[in-house]
Design a protein around this ligand. Sequence first.
Ligand SMILES: C[S@@+](CC[C@H](N)C(=O)[O-])C[C@H]1O[C@@H](n2cnc3c(N)ncnc32)[C@H](O)[C@@H]1O
Length: 275
Amino acid sequence: MTQNSDAIHEIVREHYAERIKNSASCCGRFDTLNATPDSGSTAEGKLYPADLLATLSEGESAVSYGCGDPITLASLQPGQIVLDLGSGAGLDCFFAAKKVGAAGHVIGVDMTPEMIDRARSSAKRMNLDNVEFRQGYLEDLPVQANSVDVIISNCVINLAPDKSKIFSEAFRVLKAGGKLAVSDIVTDGPLPDAIKKSLSAWAGCIAGAVEADDYIGMMKAVGFTDISITPVYFDQEDVDSALADMKDSIDLTTFSGEKVYKSVFSAKITAYKPS
Ligand SMILES: C[S@@+](CC[C@H](N)C(=O)[O-])C[C@H]1O[C@@H](n2cnc3c(N)ncnc32)[C@H](O)[C@@H]1O
């Protein structure tokens, strides 16, 4: 199958539609990193600090498919307008809505209708009226230019075939001086062809990941400044379980868990639109 943009969007959309229907976690391979505040497991502690989780009271919850904590990274303030790129089931939008309060507003954009439906019904159940969800592509954001204070995103940009277009759209909608705060998967060194050619590895947040330097380069090219990228390495156990999940779709004989552990990682990324 040719990995053109439409094919990748379609495989990613199908993957996440299926995940939310089954309310299964994340990118397929890093499940134990994900937060489900109502899960009763200790997994959420790996992504979000307890004081942030506590801002959602009992009964207020949403599934996480993320690989980090863009909320803490964003340092949100009351009254801000926030945009979440690839909002999924809405968890980061709900955290953001609590942080920005009644004077602020949160917009979640996602291409998967099943995610939008789930996020909207959860927001309604939580009585959050400062958050809205718009269906659309990050490469063509349904958001007005120069209208957003802070953009957050959690484990999404790696899934997109045209990352430069997403950064250019993010730059367009941010106000001057606005901040981008992203958790995403990046690589240190090239990935083997077997992984890069696999659409299932793409949908699982590995094949579409690019080298950290290239990621920074794409942000710089559209005008972002003060770019910072900090790695957050996965546990060996998480990587082993991810590889075990992929063994039926990819020939991993030349690609050891140790190599993935060293070359694919989550990162905290911040950047600014100049004032
Ligand atoms: C790994 S999930 C992360 C969801 C959410 N950020 C979270 O932390 O739970 C990726 C989400 O990004 C959405 N997505 C991926 N590529 C997209 C694109 N190009 N445009 C819009 N949404 C996209 C998918 O539909 C999916 O809901």
